[in-house]
Write a protein of this length. Sequence first.
Length: 367
Amino acid sequence: MKEGALLMKYIGSKVLESENLILRPTKEEDLKVIWNILCDIDVAKYYLVGKINYNWNQEKEWQYKKLERALNDDVFQWSIILKTKNECIGQVSCQSSYDESGNKNNDSIRDVGWFLDSRYQGMGFGTEAVKLMLDYMFYEVGIEKIETCAAIENPASWKIMEKFGFRRLNKTKLIKYTIQTKKTECYCYEITKEKYTKSESKIEYLNLYDNKKNKTNKKFIRGERLNIGDHILIAIVFIKNKDGKYLIQKTSKEKGGLYSSTGGHVLYNETSKDAITRELKEELGIEIKKEKLKYIDDILLGIPFADIYYLEEDIDINKLSLQKEEVDSVSYMSEDEIYNLILQKKMTKSHGLIFMNYFMNIDSSDI
């Protein structure tokens, strides 16, 4: 019995599917496609393998050997298939890892790697493929831990790791990537199944909208790069008390330290009112009935559409429970005070624009 077999299930690379992708075991028809992808220097520069032959006749023997080995149940390697085009756009794998002395770790400790066709980078497909693989390896195969590295100069890779909760270790490692002439300094990361399970819930999915604000029913991971013509939705509420002053929050130093009203991204399958009540609960610790929110209008703010709401409510700011990661302080401000913040560029630009267009010198009875 292999070391780690009591914990792991040697079930090979099953077909996995998500919103936009299918991960399936690499087929013979994928080999030349994968080779063409790796002939792109921008893709291959962080690829770790013995060598890359730029002549297919020399390369194919090596590729066929890899394909034959990938059929084993202890190998976990997939081709990444873009569903809309039924096209192979890269590869992802979870392979054996080695300690600092070069000795192979227990099989339940693994390393991960992936690459994407440069035409499809920055679209969220890397994140989507890695999530499929991590879910499978932790929850179905039953590995204990992943240890891996990413070049410091390759933030696209290590940002994906951090998004999934990988912990950056207090050390770096020099790695000689295949086509580079010298070793590259890399961050070292690790994540356990327990940590992954906790961090998985922090990944936020959004709906995508077209130029007319029609929902496309596509799921998008917050923080990824949008395609031209795609939009997301945010929701913002301005809260006014009986004295005619607005509840304004100052964002935390980590978030820029600017002033704003309350609002945020509308998550996948969430309504704008859902988003506002969630943000008020998370950031300020208050619960508001959705029926009290008055819809004003929507506006396109470049990439996001913004749904604008108004709420007339006397909220005791001394009883608020602030989310310190997001909010530094809260106060009531008059129209003039808010206008001065806008002039001094101390207010979030989008919130200032909305306030000036919809709320200045407007009686609440007219809303």
